[in-house]
Design a protein around this ligand. Structure first.
Ligand code: NAP
Length: 239
């Protein structure tokens, strides 16, 4: 079994995921760059490697069982274990969609990536994570998914949406359940802030590198670090 710390970041060919991959490589990890489009993935890997990262491509569409199984096989054959999984890949759908305009079809597209994708990837890689002495799972969530913030009078959290926002709230609930089950693995959710990426037509006010910081911190938690929590770079975020 490889002694190196091995990480996988899903949806790492651009945006926050790319910066998470860069950050994990910067602390010495060997990083699998999950990308559903191999060409975009190869370009990202080339850029990371040009900056000194030990990075490699993991062709991975989180909505595709075969693709997920192939990714797990790649890690099994190459390393025999996995230490860090960052479930970052997600789609926004037609955000914001009012609950009254939400359709089962639209919900299915978003849930298939943002929730079922996380379950597919996590469960496929769990046997490899269980072989790690310091396994960490980070689920990329959002402040938008916080019920406490959504029901606060602060208009910054007042966007009404019946698809993406609930998908991330489901992910939060799932994070707690995984943490409760996987007592040997730290499982947390991260809120990157409002980050300028394609996700929001680059309207966010944070850089992707800043948005990546909390996921990197949760992926590198010490053994006495928390599990089953929701965090941003300032600390705990209320559920
Ligand atoms: P982004 O630049 O659009 O990146 C999204 C990534 O997910 C891309 O690499 C995309 O691949 C990938 N992806 C989408 N569907 C996929 C699938 N089925 N299989 C594999 N990869 C898939 O967005 P971002 O802003 O960096 O978002 C990253 C994460 O942060 C998401 O979980 C998002 O919900 C979360 N987040 C973002 C913000 C923000 O303000 N940007 C705020 C809160 C939370 P392609 O390049 O092939 O499309």
């Amino acid at each position: 079994m490889s002694e190196k710390t091995i990480a996988l970041v899903t949806g790492a060919n651009k945006g926050i995921g790319y910066e998470i991959a860069a950050g994990l490589a910067a602390v010495g990890m060997t990083v699998g760059v999950g990308a559903r489009d191999p060409r975009r993935g190869e370009e990202a890997v080339a850029r990371l490697r040009a900056n000194g990262a030990d990075a490699f491509l993991v062709p991975l569409d989180v909505t595709d069982d075969e693709s997920v199984a192939a990714a797990a096989k790649l890690f099994e054959e190459r390393f025999g274990h996995l230490d860090v999984l960052v479930n970052n890949a997600a789609v926004a759908g037609q955000w914001p969609t009012a609950p009254s305009a939400t359709t089962p079809e639209l919900l299915e597209v978003v849930m298939d990536t943002n929730v079922k994708g996380v379950i597919r990837v996590t469960n496929a890689l769990l046997p490899l994570l269980r072989r790690s002495a310091r396994a960490r799972i980070v689920n990329q969530s959002s402040h938008l998914a916080s019920m406490a913030l959504q029901t606060s009078p602060d208009p910054a959290y007042g966007d009404v949406d019946g698809v993406y926002t609930p998908s991330k709230a489901f992910l939060n609930a799932l994070t707690v359940q995984y943490a409760n089950e996987l007592t040997g693995i730290k499982v947390n959710a991260s809120c990157p802030g409002y980050v300028a990426t394609e996700f929001n037509d680059f309207q966010g006010h944070e850089t992707p590198a800043n948005g990546a910081k909390i996921a990197i911190e949760l992926a590198t938690l010490p053994d006495d670090g928390p599990t089953g929590g929701l965090f941003d770079s300032a600390g705990t975020v209320p559920w």
